[in-house]
Design a protein around this ligand. Sequence first.
Ligand code: ATR
Length: 270
Amino acid sequence: MTDRYCVFGNPISHSKSPAIHAAFAAQTGEVMEYTAIAAPLDDFTGAWRRFTAEGGRGSNVTVPFKEEAFRLCDTLSQRAQRAGAVNTLVLGKNGLTYGDTTDGIGLVRDLARHGVNLAGARILVLGAGGAVRGVLEPLLAAGPLSVRIANRTAAKAAALAQDFTDLGEVHGGGFDAVSGPFDLVINGTSASLAGDLPPLPDDLFAIGATAYDMMYGAEPTVFLRWAEARGARTVDGLGMLVEQAAESFFQWRGKRPDTEPVLAELRRSL
Ligand code: ATR
């Protein structure tokens, strides 16, 4: 039977993951199937059990199931334990479920591909939800000088920062506490979805700074347009999507796909 993989979400019909993994499989010669499955909102665990009973070997997990997926795992990577969420499930030969989160490593690899030097960098992260929590461990492991987390709800940013202080110089608070310059500003809020922009000072960016939005689309986000007008180099999150997928693929199949052509094709299709 062909090894089966999928991405679970709800809704999930617009997911780009099936196309990305099909491209990885074709490129590496892996014989596998990868589909998108809408799990019931009240029973992700049941959906995973049914999938594995029918030949499922692993899956990606997206909104809104990353926390429930975390809870059903038998073993977890260290970064998943930190994130409190997983985006990758692997069914072990022993029948146990292993969980990892590859979003953060995806972000760090995409930044590296764009030549952003994280070692010694002054980083500002906007947002304090699951998306940000999921990337903090790999980001701090890359050795920045400091990470400031700013959020609309200041207390959430302060609490989040507190959970990571053992990994580096990390502080959290409201947008009003932000003072630049920063070498890298990462937007991890969902404000772009509403066309909103967090209230930020104009002198946020150091010379040569990069603005990164975890979101992507056919057009630049409000945040990236704002940042470009203030002299920052801008990068959207499409590369992060492809890189996190590549790391999941590696965990399942033991092969590292070349992300460059897959990303280029995906960009053309936006
Ligand atoms: P995700 O999994 O995408 O991180 P989340 O956990 O709901 O989703 O977090 C959403 C983040 O976007 C939060 O940091 C949220 O700020 P609050 O904690 O204050 O709610 C932020 N956010 C959402 N809409 C926003 C807006 N219009 N302006 C500023 N921040 C916003």
